[in-house]
Design a protein around this ligand. Structure first.
Ligand SMILES: Cc1cc2nc3c(=O)[nH]c(=O)nc-3n(C[C@H](O)[C@H](O)[C@H](O)COP(=O)(O)OP(=O)(O)OC[C@H]3O[C@@H](n4cnc5c(N)ncnc54)[C@H](O)[C@@H]3O)c2cc1C
Length: 475
């Protein structure tokens, strides 16, 4: 018996340790992955535990979950539960400016859909799931300050009252504001777009970094339930594309809609800075949404809330030393127009887990291979997200866009494996993003040679027609 106990203790001691910076969406999911592997997991999160907070400040209230995110959630046993808590969206519903007519554009084949999920709920479920393992500890109100290069450790500062700090093993808790070093076999930086870990790596030679704030910002509003029913159709992504600005609405399980306006900051300043202006702007451009949002709510929101900025970040590599990886927005914050930021971050966790297994849990190798695999994919989806804004605010209304969508869907029904529309490859498959763009380029090439051939045939046909009718035409 004593022998077995000793063996179990040895096995436990032999498990590697991972420290995670940030308990947001990607950090919490990583905690679930490593809890499952039986590693010693400690997560340091700047905020208080969101499960104890009344209001959580931050970004979008809801998010669109698609295949990459679902696959990652499935790997930790959470997919079914999370998907059942969401609202499926099967198509875009484009609202015309008259406020009365619509244009429906299905996302993919019948049944294919994305899911509108509540951000806070998703985050809470993952933290709770990870915490079920005795080897996982979350340290809230702990700010990651930097990385100590020499020791390959995280430097963390405790910002909470000592009474709220959980005990971990035999270590005594740090005092308030005390800085301390955290040692682990693996460090995962999931501390978001303004990552402190990434910032402290900036002076490392050959670390490439770029960031771009786009000229657009966003403001979120709400449409309340109407007699405990959805105010309009819930299973679609509502879209009001108006050229250089756009409005979207996604349903929530409580029968409300989260409505977001994206517009250039100059537009907010010019047309939405007084109550009178913002009301007439909404009434003119989004008449049906204006009715449902209500004057008071629009006026109140714009009095209280300033437009939030949107940033796109690329960096390379994503791994450092032989034990540190940047993941999620810390590695690749992107503009939200493809609904892929979280999905890509979730796929990071899955790809890293797969890579670790493939490398026989050799951390140094896995870290390097992961970065080689992931950087190109991250850059590609960053660019695609930028491109998709053009689509959302304008292109969806154009005939050329609709024609291409039709053509892609016909080709897809004839060649289901080899001709998958761009949106479907990104949203409904796990084809690596960099391969998605290669496939799309091939499709474009085929299409343009088809068009050239068709127009050549059309020209030859027209010439023969003219020749045969030359008498009648007076040639
Ligand atoms: C308006 C909008 C809509 C979006 N819609 C979608 C969508 O529909 N689908 C989709 O896939 N994606 C969407 N996204 C993108 C998505 O929100 C992000 O990609 C996702 O939140 C990234 O998760 P993350 O965990 O990497 O970062 P975050 O969610 O930012 O989490 C980072 C965590 O780290 C903590 N932290 C920060 N600094 C420190 C520190 N120094 N020490 C300790 N902890 C720290 C933070 O408190 C936070 O908890 C949207 C984004 C926006 C802005």
């Amino acid at each position: 018996m004593a022998f077995i106990k000793r063996q179990l203790a040895d096995a436990k001691r032999a498990m590697p340790s991972v420290v995670i910076a940030g308990a947001g969406l990607v950090g919490a999911l990583n905690a679930c992955f490593f809890a499952q592997k039986g590693w010693d997991v400690s997560v340091y999160e700047f905020r208080r535990d969101i499960r104890t907070m009344k209001h959580v400040q931050g970004r979008s209230i809801n998010l669109a979950l698609s295949q990459r995110g679902k696959s990652a959630l499935e790997a930790v046993g959470l997919k079914e539960y999370i998907v059942n808590q969401g609202v499926p969206l099967y198509a875009r519903l484009i609202h015309n400016k008259d406020g009365k007519t619509y244009n429906r554009q299905p996302y993919g084949k019948p049944g294919e859909h994305i899911v509108s999920i509540n951000r806070r709920h998703l985050n809470e479920v993952m933290i709770t799931q990870a915490e079920k393992s005795p080897n996982v500890k979350f340290f809230f109100e702990h700010k990651v300050k930097s990385v100590d290069y020499d020791k390959k450790q995280l430097v963390v500062q405790c910002t909470s009252q000592p009474s709220r700090i959980p005990q971990f093993g035999s270590k005594s808790p740090p005092a308030e504001h005390e800085e301390f070093h955290v040692d682990a076999d693996l460090i995962l930086a999931c501390d978001g777009a303004y990552s402190a870990v990434r910032r402290s790596l900036m002076t490392i030679p050959r670390f490439d970094f770029s960031q771009e704030y786009i000229e657009h910002g966003y403001v979120e509003l709400n449409i309340m339930a109407n007699n405990n029913e959805f105010a309009f159709e819930e299973n679609v992504f509502h879209l009001w594309p108006r050229g250089h600005f756009t409005l979207i609405a996604l349903a929530n399980r409580d029968k409300t809609f989260t409505v977001t306006i994206f517009a250039p900051f100059t537009e907010f300043e010019k047309h939405m800075s007084t109550t009178e202006d913002v009301l007439s702007f909404f009434e003119e451009n989004f008449p049906d949404a204006y009715q449902l949002l209500g004057k008071e709510h629009i006026a109140d929101t714009f009095n209280r809330v300033k437009p939030q900025s949107l940033v796109s970040i690329k960096c390379s590599p994503h791994s450092f030393f032989d034990n540190l990886v940047l993941m999620g927005d810390a590695a690749h914050a992107m503009v939200p127009f493809y609904g892929q930021g979280m999905n890509c971050g979730f796929e990071d966790c899955l790809v890293f887990s797969e890579t670790l297994e493939e490398q026989g849990n050799d951390i140094a190798n896995a870290v390097q291979v992961y970065s080689e695999r992931r950087v190109n994919d991250a850059h590609t989806i960053n660019d695609l997200a930028m491109y998709n804004y053009e689509e959302l605010k304008d292109l969806v209304n154009r005939n050329s866009y609709k024609l291409r969508k039709k053509f892609d869907s016909i080709m897809n029904s004839m060649f289901p494996k080899s001709w998958i529309p761009l949106y479907s490859m990104v949203t409904f498959t796990r084809i690596p993003y960099s391969e998605v763009i290669e496939r799309r380029k091939k499709q474009d090439k085929i299409l343009s040679s088809l068009l050239t051939t068709t127009s050549t045939f059309a020209l030859i046909g027209a010439a023969i027609g003219i020749y045969l009718n030359r008498g009648k035409l007076g040639f």
